[in-house]
Design a protein around this ligand. Structure first.
Ligand SMILES: [Zn+2]
Length: 347
């Protein structure tokens, strides 16, 4: 995976050339910033006074951007509702019969290009094979192998990797005035996806009286409670196992529903996934260069590491993974979680 810094550098170099690549494909997981990057690259290339840093925001071309982020020389195609259909590709092809309105080029962005249906993919391929003059394409997709080989072979590919927890935290810090502990939790649970982290932080800034603000706060609460449960594993006695299992299940309850409409079992499985990550972090403490997901909990992780040897924690990882599998099956959540915490706290 290419580091974000290197991607930025390579793209900056690309912006210095007189014309953009014919077709560019941006790949990366959801929330990593593909859409934002596609738009800022298009904006930069449309601008005749662009620099390595992007468009100038002042010239006649840049003045044409509407508040809604539309531009006469840009078309954006996206799944409607879950496929990009041939009509949309054809219509874009007709649009391409006209010369650019103000910019030196015209851009077509295809968001989630893996959702082109077969007919639309073929139509696009014809366009990519014989592109109209001064027309350029930017495609985005979660992974390159989801696209036709024939389309791939015509694209220059840019891969966006996940950021580290520290990177996400630093970027949030420059944009949001939220408490440090909140920013840390967002960073730790965003899985390196800066787009997701930003949406969460924005939702936290909306009043709790609005449903978006309320669910963002609930989720933050639940995750912080979950981390408190994990932190107790470093010191709790075996007698406290059932209490921990109970608190764990309660914290997971608050993860039910949400934007992904999680079922009670899915919420518990997610909680266990985070617990797996917690144990991984405790093992990664041995490697000074390793980036920790729960970086702000180094002290609690060290307590766990001092209490149980690495070999024991490796076995625990296996135990938690099995518990997760049982939960996703049909096993009784109370029995599975109680059994799990008893095993984790064995003396
Ligand atoms: Zn400009």
């Amino acid at each position: 995976m290419i580091e974000p810094e290197q991607v930025r550098c390579a793209l900056g170099q690309m912006l210095l050339r007189p014309s953009p690549p014919q077709s560019l494909l941006i790949v990366g997981m959801a929330g990593v910033g593909k859409r934002t990057l596609a738009r800022s690259l298009a904006a930069a290339w449309l601008c005749p006074q662009r620099t390595q840093g992007g468009h100038c925001q002042q010239c006649a071309v840049c003045q044409k951007w509407s508040d809604a982020g539309e531009h006469p020389d840009l078309r954006v195609l996206k799944p409607d509702p879950d496929q990009i259909k041939i009509d949309a590709v054809r219509e874009t092809r007709n649009w391409a019969n006209f010369a650019p309105a103000v910019a030196p080029f015209r851009f077509v962005i295809l968001e989630e290009a893996h959702r082109l249906n077969p007919a639309a993919a073929n139509a696009l391929l014809k366009t990519l094979e014989e592109p109209p003059p001064r027309y350029h394409f930017i495609l985005t997709a979660p992974a390159s192998d989801l696209l036709l080989q024939t389309i791939l072979s015509r694209c220059r590919i840019v891969r966006l990797g996940a950021l580290t927890t520290e990177d996400v935290y630093r970027r949030l810090k420059t944009r949001f005035e939220l408490p440090d502990a909140t920013l840390q939790t967002i960073a730790e649970f965003s899985e390196g996806a800066i787009g997701r982290a930003i949406r969460w932080a924005q939702a936290l800034q909306t009043p709790e009286s609005e449903s978006k603000g309320k669910s963002a706060h609930n989720e933050l609460d639940a995750l912080q409670k979950l981390l408190q449960v994990f932190a107790r594993l470093g010191a709790a006695s075996l007698e406290e196992a059932l209490r921990l299992a109970y608190d764990f299940r309660e914290a997971c309850k608050a993860l039910e529903g949400g934007t992904e409409d999680r079922s009670p079992r899915a919420a518990l499985a997610l909680g266990l996934e985070y617990l797996i990550q917690w144990y991984r972090d405790s093992l990664a403490l041995n490697y000074p260069d390793a980036s920790l997901r729960f970086a702000s909990h180094r002290q609690e992780l060290s307590m766990l590491a001092r209490r149980f040897a690495s070999a024991e924690r490796m076995r625990d990882l296996q135990t938690i993974t099995e518990a997760r599998r049982a939960i996703l099956g049909n096993a009784n959540p109370q029995i599975v979680t109680e059994h799990l915490f008893i095993q984790l706290l064995r003396v």
